[in-house]
Design a binder for this molecule. Sequence first.
Ligand code: URA
Length: 433
Amino acid sequence: MRIYDIIEKKRDGLELLDSEIRFFIDGYTKGEIPDYQAAALVMAIYLRGMSDRETTVLTSAMAESGDLLDLSVFGDLTVDKHSTGGVGDKTTLIVTPIVASLGCKVAKMSGRGLGHTGGTIDKLESIKGFRTELSSEEFISQVERVGISVISAGKALAPADKKLYALRDVTATVGSVPLIVSSIMSKKLAGGSKSIVLDVKTGSGAFCKSVENSRLLAEKMVTIGKASGRRVSAVITDMDIPLGTAVGNASEVKEAVAVLKGDDKNKDLIEVCVRLATEMVSNCLGYDLQSAEEQVRESIKNGNAYRKFVEWVSAQGGDVSSIEAENYGRAKYSREVLAPFDAYITKMDTEGIGTAAMLLGAGRKSKEDSIDFDAGVDIFAKTGKFVNKGDRIAVLWASNEELLDGAEEKYLQSLSFGAECPQKRPLIYDVVR
Ligand code: URA
């Protein structure tokens, strides 16, 4: 078999055989297929799509590229969550300690920033000392002791996704339903949790911009998960506006900690987190949705969720006090972005805002780029707010002053202004079970 022929076949819009998909994943994981051929095939998949059979085989091949964790010692208590990616999406940092404090066992594999979106692993690595690569034994033992462990796809678990994820990030091939489904579900299947809750984003900052496409993505992931014997639900949530007010790795950790400590300023962020946590607790512990939600809210109020966050971060080597440092999430240079008119903000192109954060250093332009954890954007005015000319609508942070001009231009280009207050969109669209 030759990878050249497989690329040609997909380029011409034909269906690949199971053996061809497995040949690609095996060869790429082992380093026998070079990045340039993998990039060509991934672009062909992006343009031509994949059938349900091809997507299912790609998912299994990627899951089986490393170890498949056996978490059966925890019975039905294991639960995992995953977001399809957004801007300002720090929900994992809030939701996982909440559900772990209520008795769920969270065994989770997360991703790095992808395209214009942020990634949980980059955010966690902004905490001094935090280790995101654990062996399978360390991972399971921490789930047992602490009730929560979050790691990156690595040598042991879903190594094919680690390589493909980094490749897609820099080849404009992220927003493809079969590639998103296989990336997310390969990690979830390898991770071994019994319950899985998916946060499928929709809107200008999501990879699927329309609710219809997001629903399709949700249905495909739920089907694959259920076929593997998992309890899966997918909550379709809004990503037409950044979630919360911080976009950037360290600043998002800070915002998540504030929510866990009871700060209720960011209503949108809290509502999405409570919904996801409720779904997780209900799937995993069998409570009805109303009592699950009551317990979720109570765990924030009584401090148990924050105490669990501290226990978790410390268990993975992170220094929680580093989050309290004055310069954490505050790069050396800053720029206030001012409103250019007296008007309502009628729309935020949230992908553009994610790109502005990336231009400041919070994301990667090439596979080898390192992240500036302290770079990012603080948002002061979102869609629906009336602003007067000269009002501060955002602050940009960068360690290199030269990055500020381009990011400011991108940020302003991403906003629309008008005389009419726009209609509010729902935060939660639907739940697919
Ligand atoms: N998250 C992932 O892990 N993979 C994707 O492709 C998108 C979001």
